[in-house]
Design a protein around this ligand. Structure first.
Ligand code: ADP
Length: 632
């Protein structure tokens, strides 16, 4: 019978080629990937059997088997798991990476296949790193027919009916011939295979069986040995979370992280919890090192694997993690949870709530320890996920701000690095009343903000807010250890300068008419025009009154269906600057010129803030006017 050859989806094909041709240093991980899949498939049938009376569960009949046939160069990984239907073979193995990752790949230039594997972990397809062709024979639970999926890589694949007695999946790899520099024979050596399984898959909870050549004394002889094949279970099978922490090394946790494919980076930190208080559970949690490519998208789904007495009942239990810790990966196993619990019931489960609360506090304290003892690693973490913590401060009207505020870091104007709020407070001179901050799109831009001049001159430290969420989070926080936050660009700065203040007030009163005139020239664009108490060398700046600042206005304006909300802006003039004399002069002698100057200053202030100029043509015309009229 001629079987139609189907093509991989175009994107899959390119990925596959890249992978096959990539010089992947750890080819051996293909075995881990296939064994993990097999183990997952057994988990699924195991769970089904426990909750479905029509299936009889017999522990001994669930296992994974790895068999090598050196002469035929065949390596087989078989399992008694749930199996795949024809449709599942097609949809699971016919497309490589998920659509999200493909879209991502289009946007970013990824040069070599290595990164692809690193980023997405293409699981099953890693088989093509060591095999010329792969055959999958599978019979799904509840189905009469088995199907054979076959592919020799980039060319495409075929699917046809076949026969298989038992439910489960059998994957056979035709191992590549050795190349000049590549040794593939090792993947046909039982001892080598056993070592690879020990290294990566020791904690797999189902038996991994192998046939290992052995020898024993011949019966009746004291010197003669005979060769025979012994079937061995090669993994220890005790799940890692049931082990004693003292028996485990960092490498064990790392191997578990990779075996579980929680991420394709190395975990930055692991947290192993064995709780036997009000609720009994074991958990292994990981803080990843890198931000997953889809982390800040809608597609990202938070959650931990949930086991009930060793049986996986949910892949991603979102209720176990607050959104601001959504980057945490790992699993929870508890005997206290009922097995056939539905998603809806789980949400209201008291035990689960207790576990979630417990986990939340554990993560917080581990992060705090990391911050205290391993600052550099903490900063790596913060670069990847700090934004999410700030989001947590802001979310739910600051419900968890107390938990999170000590974990925040901001760039400091004086330290020139990231600092905590506690460190800032610790450095505050006695006469400083507020925690000052300035917002802008980058550190460079904030550094040049005229509004910050006076505060900086006093020697006060300023925190730089460059993330769009920063100001929103701080508005919710309002204060830290009883010190209020103050934006250098809004309201009264609270600098204790009585003498200067009186002088400013006098000048302000003296020129009240001038400022009123300027305000009427600008109309609704500003709330008022006044003398600045924060400028030293610059002639002009914009500040705001009220809650909404200019940076917040910009962020809101960039949002879909924005309401076009505007900050209440104040045009501040430096009375010590020479332009002030020009303003006074034109107010008295030439009103038209006052109009010109006022508009120019306003537009300059907009430019400094990075705000758009409504009428750039008028602005340039105005500048030309100044260039051609003799100065006042
Ligand atoms: P991943 O495991 O990351 O989803 P894979 O490419 O390794 O990606 O596998 C794709 C899917 O194929 C799996 O999610 C699973 O549904 C199915 N699958 C793979 N191997 C097996 C197996 N041995 N038994 C049953 N289903 C399997």
């Amino acid at each position: 019978m001629q079987v139609e050859k189907k093509q991989f989806q175009a994107e899959s094909k390119r990925l596959l080629e890249m992978m096959i041709n990539s010089i992947y240093t750890q080819r051996e991980i293909f075995l881990r990937e296939l064994i993990s899949n097999a183990s997952d498939a057994i988990d699924k049938i195991y769970y089904k059997a426990l909750t479905d009376d029509s299936l009889v569960y017999d522990k001994d009949s669930y296992y994974i088997k790895v068999t090598a046939n050196k002469d035929a160069r065949l390596l087989t990984i078989s399992d008694t798991g749930i199996g795949m239907t024809q449709e599942e073979l097609e949809s699971n193995l016919g497309v490589i990476a998920k659509s999200g990752s493909l879209a991502f790949k289009k946007e970013t230039e990824i040069k070599d296949g290595h990164d692809i594997i690193g980023q997405f972990g293409v699981g099953f397809y890693s088989a093509f790193m060591v095999a010329d062709s792969v055959t999958v024979v599978s019979k799904a639970i509840g189905s009469d027919t088995a199907y054979k999926w076959e592919s020799d890589g980039a060319d495409g694949y075929t699917i046809e009916p076949t026969s298989k007695e038992t439910v489960g999946t059998e994957i056979t790899l035709k191992i590549k011939e050795n190349g000049e520099e590549d040794n593939y024979d090792e993947f046909l050596e039982p001892y080598r295979l056993r070592a690879i399984i020990k290294k990566y898959s020791d904690f797999i909870r189902h038996p991994i069986k192998m046939e290992i050549p052995s020898s024993r004394l011949q019966e009746g002889s004291e010197t003669e040995y005979e060769e025979y094949i012994e079937e061995q279970v090669v993994n220890s099978m005790v799940p890692i979370w049931k082990k004693n922490k003292s028996e485990l090394t960092d490498a064990d946790y790392e191997a578990f992280y990779q075996e579980k494919r929680y991420g394709f980076d190395k975990p930055l930190k692991h947290i192993h919890i064995s709780a036997d208080g009000a609720v009994v559970y074991n958990a292994i949690l990981f803080i990843p090192e890198n931000t997953p490519f889809d982390y800040y998208t809608k597609e990202y789904e938070k959650g931990l694997e949930l086991y009930s007495a060793g049986v996986l009942i949910m892949d991603k239990c979102g209720d176990l993690l607050p959104d601001y810790f959504s980057f945490v990966k790992g699993m929870v196993d508890s005997e206290d949870l009922s097995l056939n619990i539905s998603r809806e019931m789980l949400q209201h489960d008291r035990q689960l709530k207790l576990i979630a609360k417990n986990i939340k506090n554990k993560i917080k304290s581990q992060l705090q320890t990391l911050l205290k003892d391993e600052r550099e690693r903490y900063e790596t973490f913060y670069k990847a996920f700090g934004r999410q913590l700030k989001f947590g401060v802001y979310n739910e009207y600051g419900r968890d701000k107390d938990l999170l505020q000590d974990l925040l870091l901001f760039h400091s104007s004086t330290e020139k690095k990231l600092v905590t709020l506690d460190e800032y407070i610790g450095r505050m001179p006695e006469d400083q009343k507020y925690i000052y901050y300035a917002s802008g799109s980058s550190i460079d831009r904030i550094e040049k903000l005229p509004q910050a001049e006076m505060v900086a001159d006093k020697g006060y430290e300023i925190l730089y807010f460059t993330d769009d969420i920063d100001e929103f989070a701080i508005k919710i926080l309002t204060s830290y250890k009883e010190k209020e936050f103050k934006n250098v660009s809004s309201g009264d700065l609270g600098l204790d300068e009585n003498e200067q203040e009186n002088k400013d007030e006098a000048t302000e009163n003296e020129h009240k008419d001038l400022f009123e005139e300027m305000k009427s020239i600008l109309g609704d664009k500003v709330k008022s025009v006044r003398i600045s108490k924060r400028l030293r060398s610059h002639p002009v700046c914009l500040t705001t009154e009220g809650e909404l600042t200019i940076e917040m206005e910009k962020i809101l304006a960039a949002m879909p269906n924005n309401e076009n909300v505007k900050a209440d802006k104040v045009l501040e003039i430096n009375s010590n600057h020479e332009v002030f004399a020009s303003l006074k002069n034109s107010y008295e002698n030439d009103k038209e010129k006052l109009g010109l100057y006022t508009n120019l200053l306003y537009h300059q202030a907009l430019l400094i803030e990075g705000l758009p100029i409504e009428d750039p043509v008028q602005f340039t015309n105005d500048i030309c006017k100044v260039m051609v009229t003799p100065s006042a």
